[in-house]
Design a protein around this ligand. Structure first.
Ligand SMILES: O=C(O)CCC(=O)C(=O)O
Ligand SMILES: [Fe+2]
Length: 268
């Protein structure tokens, strides 16, 4: 019963995977193996995040990032594809650091990223512009290129971790810069991201619309006055956080729905 109801409530989270079984049968196995590796290492990163946070705030073991990730069934692996810059519909915006993907923070707990692969005409190449790629903004406000190799995984902190750690850990602002110049013509970029996030659904709550009693785990996000997620940089977030009264709490599902409405449906 639950497997029927959840996709209706959260279509963007619960859609079935679509595997190109005929064209690329090996993708499903490789994709899941990579996702599992990034998840397993992510748990180790989470353990150390908890050690750090517990020095500053009181935290029960089951409230820590590691346990939240371990009990969640809502992690999402995605292959990301960036079209060659001149074919993209998006005009290059004023901020060249984010010409392929605008500055943002991920809303989940922890995002694991592989280093990207660049291609021209389906042939893998090394990127002709060494300035292209993923950029992050550090806690001290510096913009730095995130450089890592093909056998390495990068982890970024998401907004939910910032909220649950009451700001001891900060969500990582990031954007992706497209290559520039003649040589950049026709160059595309592919990478893999594992978005690790808490369970999102409501706990033992009757849903009028679906006529269904949810009997599942949720994760409450407590918004305290001390948490101002990158407010000073991203105007959209400033608006969003004005909508959440301080000291209020939402489930991760409610928080996600609020963001999706804000960004995609302009409901709020
Ligand atoms: O492409 C990347 O390296 C980062 C992707 C990203 O930030 C995202 O999908 O949220
Ligand atoms: Fe991101």
């Amino acid at each position: 019963m639950i497997t029927l109801a959840l996709p209706r409530r959260y279509p963007s989270y619960c859609g079935a995977n679509i595997w190109p079984l005929a064209a690329l049968p090996e993708l499903e196995v490789a994709f899941k193996a990579l996702g599992k590796l990034i998840f397993d290492v992510g748990l180790m990163v989470a353990y150390h995040c908890d050690q750090y946070v517990s020095r500053g705030m009181k935290m029960r073991k089951d409230e820590g990032l590691e346990q939240i990730l371990l009990r969640s069934r809502c992690h999402k692996g995605r292959l990301l594809y960036y079209f060659p810059a001149q074919l993209s519909n998006h005009e290059e915006n004023g901020d060249s650091m984010s010409s392929w993907c605008g500055w943002h923070t991920d809303h989940g707990s922890l995002t694991g990223l592989t280093c990207a692969m660049f291609k021209r005409n389906d042939v893998e190449i090394s990127c002709p512009d060494s300035a292209a790629g993923l950029y992050i903004r550090t806690r001290s406000g510096e913009i730095v290129k995130a450089t890592f190799g093909e056998n390495e995984i990068a982890y970024q902190i998401g907004e939910t971790t910032e909220i649950l750690s009451q700001g001891y850990l900060c969500a990582t602002p990031h954007g992706v810069r497209a290559p520039k110049g003649k040589e950049a013509s026709g160059v595309d970029r592919s990478t893999f991201a594992l978005f690790m996030q808490p369970d999102w659904y409501v706990n033992r709550r009757w849903d009028e619309k679906l006529n269904f009693l949810f009997n599942c785990r949720d994760e409450k996000l407590k918004f305290s006055e001390d948490v101002y997620i990158h407010k000073e940089v991203f105007n959209a977030e400033v608006l969003l956080f004005q909508l959440i009264p301080s000291n209020d709490s939402l489930t991760f599902g409610e928080y996600s729905e609020m963001l999706l409405d804000k960004y995609y449906h302009e409901k709020t």
